[in-house]
Ligand binder design. Structure first.
Ligand SMILES: Nc1ncnc2c1ncn2[C@@H]1O[C@H](COP(=O)(O)OP(=O)(O)OP(=O)(O)O)[C@@H](O)[C@H]1O
Ligand SMILES: [Mg+2]
Length: 407
């Protein structure tokens, strides 16, 4: 029997937690323009005016959540100097909340104390809304409600309207609320009814992708908190920044390169993180990024990606939409889940394109050939297949990709 033992040895880390996703940095670097704009949108709160409803969008990992937490923390702090403002902020992550009912329950429960929570079913929607208005009025005179990853609310989005129009509709007497919707799904906005869009997206703020120089700043700042002095070799930060910039412009991905490399160094009992550790961990991080992207977009997006992967495995070249749709239909029919219309499948392709997973090439062959798109995958096929692991379990492994699957 081999013997396994756990012992502590050398480590490059001072505070590894600072590389994890839920760490809020003290300072945000590389987002100066965005923060300035954000500040001016939040400014009415300091004057005791009706807050703006803000819709914040940008790709995954461009700092939307981090900037929001940072700005609202600052705002709460600064509002304390004015006696007439009693500000409260609420950060709701909508991942896992599909309907307005669920969002409503979440809001009520996060405002109530732990002994007074309501259950997730058994009320009418109107009752939930009433409980929500009451809880809001009892909380503060100004409330900012952040609905992060709001695109997950797909089933029934009436709450977005209810909250963002609460003032006009006289739902609240004393309390002023502002809604901050955050999404990395650029197609989400266009799916909102015009009524919801005009109120929720009253003011829009967009965060651009990070370039390598900005990512480097973000990573340098985090390096100083997470690692001991001189524990990260020259070139490591630039390498992580360059890899992340080239893939997606996602700061999370850059931080992951650093974390995986740091862990590899620690496992080797080394005090120094080297470029070789980053190279070793590269595939793992790329896979994680794809898995997260696909998880964010839900089951149907994974079927679409799966259909595309099988076609590319067969043909080794970009696919036309009609072929892709036919394959998608045949895959979903194996699972018993819904088959979406062509329009929705196109939307999923667009949004996978924004994630950097799908490549979309426009072809214009004039009058004879017409106008069409060709779809490919950006990451290596084997990485996408690996990331689709669970989907494969549900749908079964298509013949075309069996060579890519570990048996
Ligand atoms: N400008 C920045 N300065 C410091 N850290 C940053 C900055 N931008 C992003 N980060 C860090 O990168 C990670 C990803 O950022 P964040 O969670 O804010 O992305 P996001 O835009 O909300 O992405 P998603 O759409 O996937 O939710 C977090 O750990 C965050 O702390
Ligand atoms: Mg976020």
């Amino acid at each position: 029997m081999s013997s396994i033992g756990f012992t502590r040895g050398e480590t490059p880390y001072k505070n590894r937690d600072a590389l994890l996703d839920d760490y809020t940095p003290d300072e945000l670097v590389g987002r100066d323009d965005e923060l300035k704009e954000y500040q001016s949108l939040l400014n009415p709160v300091i004057w005791g005016d009706q807050p703006n409803n803000i819709f914040l969008y940008g790709k995954a990992g461009v700092g939307k959540t981090a900037a929001t937490r940072f700005m609202l923390g600052q705002l709460e702090h600064d509002a304390k100097q004015y006696d007439d403002i009693d500000l409260s902020t609420l950060h709701i992550n909508c991942d896992g909340l599909e309907s307005s009912y669920q969002v409503g329950v979440e809001i009520v429960n996060s405002l109530r104390d732990s002994r007074n929570q309501i259950s997730e079913s058994g009320y009418s929607k109107a009752e939930i809304y009433n409980k929500m208005w009451r809880a809001l009025e009892q909380t503060a005179n100004t409330i900012l409600i952040v609905l992060d990853e709001v695109d997950h609310v797909r089933k029934d989005d009436s709450i977005l309207y209810q909250l963002s129009r609460a003032h006009e509709n006289g739902k609240l007497n004393e309390t002023k609320i502002g809604v901050i919707g955050i999404s990395n799904d650029m197609t989400f906005r266009s799916h909102l009814s015009s009524k919801v869009r005009s109120s929720l997206c009253e003011r829009e703020l967009s965060f651009s992708d990070y370039n390598a120089a900005e990512l480097k700043k973000v990573l340098q700042q985090r390096e100083a908190v997470a690692f001991k002095d001189d524990a990260v070799a020259d070139g490591v930060i630039s390498l992580c920044a360059a890899l992340a910039a080239q893939e997606t412009g996602d700061a999370r991905e850059g931080l992951d390169y650093l974390l995986v490399a740091g862990d590899l160094a620690r496992d080797e009992q080394s005090q120094i993180v080297q470029e070789s550790h980053v190279h070793q961990g590269k595939k793992k991080v790329e896979r994680q990024t794809i898995v997260k992207g696909l998880a964010d977009r839900g089951e149907q997006a994974r079927y679409v990606a799966y259909a595309l992967a099988t076609l590319l495995a067969e043909e080794q070249q970009p696919a036309r939409f009609t072929d892709l749709y036919t394959r998608y239909e045949s895959l979903t029919s194996r699972t018993g889940s819904r088959t979406l219309s062509e329009r929705w499948v196109r939307e999923h392709l667009q949004s996978l394109g924004m994630l950097g997973i799908v490549s979309i090439e426009e072809k214009n062959e004039g009058v004879s050939g017409g106008h069409y798109n060709l779809y490919g995958l950006n990451p290596k096929l084997e990485l996408v297949v690996e990331a689709l692991d669970e989907t494969l379990d549900m749908v079964g492994v298509h013949d075309s990709i069996s060579d890519y699957v570990d048996h």
